[in-house]
Write a protein that binds this ligand. Structure first.
Ligand code: F0G
Length: 351
């Protein structure tokens, strides 16, 4: 049967109002890729899988939630959607709004959005507005604005975003036949970890697939859920998760606690190291925030706090590497330049 997107596949088990339309880019159905080279590098004998969410239509997991949120908005004749974003939500909202032929407005923190995300939002035709402030400031503005004006908010405060994003947990269980023992996932505004936990719980009730422990991972400079207080000026190279006041922070903590897992933080250097390892060992290039979960797993193994031996572990990699090419090219010396001469080429590759 031809795959036609998440709402066609899972609508009967998602809590969406009857009026919900079907605005789809055939999102979801992303691969669960075994990562044997990386599990060897991590030094334990276990089954590691990457849920490669960067292969969604706009290059991030946001498309799962956006098909649901925009479809609901369109079904009640909403003409405009708005969001605050560190970039991926912006690109996704813009694409689904384009598909639905409605207007999209996106607020982004000045200078802190990776090139591939900003380019996407512009290409899909969003009205892009930068603010002199953080993501958290932008989110507070769009929340206030949508209380006053008939514009649909499509940040993950919108419950339909969570409904759509639950489908990744469903897919993991469909592929493995059961829930993994451990799920490692980056945490920013905390919508996704909330959605995965809800999805695993629901699937377990329906299909007895079991529940994973959840390891949520923030960046050290933007780790309110680890510190136990909001962070006024979050800072990290993983700009996607540069968030100091996560909207669903309480639910993220609940997910970690109920699952017997935890939320930890990793440094920018740990993120960059894992970013390089995943690409060079497995051929999977993701944006920096996407490897936070894996970097957290590595740190826990190194400190003897998690032993995955014999277990099934899924790491959610949330966005594609092409979203943030600068992270690679900015620290890179230009490739060697030679004459168009075979002898010269041979000399170099044999030296
Ligand atoms: N990974 C990537 C690549 C993201 O873009 C985000 C969030 C996260 C992880 C964290 O997910 O917020 O549900 O905990 N990006 C949002 C955005 C904030 O605006 O694109 P979360």
């Amino acid at each position: 049967m031809t795959y036609t997107g998440l709402l066609d596949k899972y609508r009967s088990i998602l809590s969406l109002p009857k009026h919900t339309a079907n605005i789809t880019l055939y999102e979801g159905n992303t691969p669960l890729i075994p990562a044997k080279n990386l599990s060897s590098f991590l030094g334990r004998d276990f089954n590691l899988f990457i849920k490669y969410e960067g292969l969604n239509p706009t290059g991030s997991f946001k498309d799962r939630g956006m098909t649901a949120a925009v479809s609901e908005a369109v079904g009640r004749d909403s003409k405009t959607v708005i969001c605050a974003s560190t970039g991926n939500t912006a690109a996704s909202a813009a694409a689904y709004a384009a598909r639905a032929n409605i207007r999209s407005i996106v607020l982004i923190p000045q200078g802190k959005v990776a090139a591939g995300k900003l380019a996407g939002a512009i290409a899909y035709g969003a009205q892009v507005i930068q603010i002199e402030g953080s993501f958290d400031d932008a989110l507070s503005m769009v929340v206030q604005l949508t209380e006053k004006q008939p514009i649909c908010l499509v940040n993950s405060i919108n419950p339909y975003r969570i409904e759509g994003q639950k489908t990744s947990a469903f897919e993991i269980c469909d592929t493995l036949g059961f829930a993994p023992d451990l799920l490692c996932i980056p945490v920013g505004n905390a919508g996704n970890i909330t959605a995965y936990w809800a999805g695993f719980k629901q699937y377990n009730e329906l299909n007895n697939t079991g529940l994973p422990q959840i390891l949520g991972v923030q960046a050290e400079g933007a780790a309110p859920l680890v510190l136990g207080h909001l962070v006024e000026k979050p800072e990290t190279i993983a700009t996607a998760i540069r968030i100091g006041k996560p909207a669903r922070g309480e639910q993220a903590l609940e997910a970690a606690e109920q699952s017997g897992g935890k939320i930890i933080a990793v440094s920018d250097q740990e993120i960059l190291n894992m970013h390089k390892k995943l690409a060079s060992l497995e051929g999977i290039w993701v944006e920096p925030a996407s490897v936070a979960g894996l970097a957290g797993l590595y740190k826990q193994i190194q400190h003897g706090l998690i032993d995955p031996t014999g277990k099934t572990v899924v790491a959610v990699c949330t966005g594609h590497g092409m979203k943030d090419p600068d992270i690679v090219t900015s620290g890179f010396t230009a490739p060697k330049l030679i004459n168009a001469d075979l002898a010269e080429l041979e000399e170099i590759i044999n030296s």
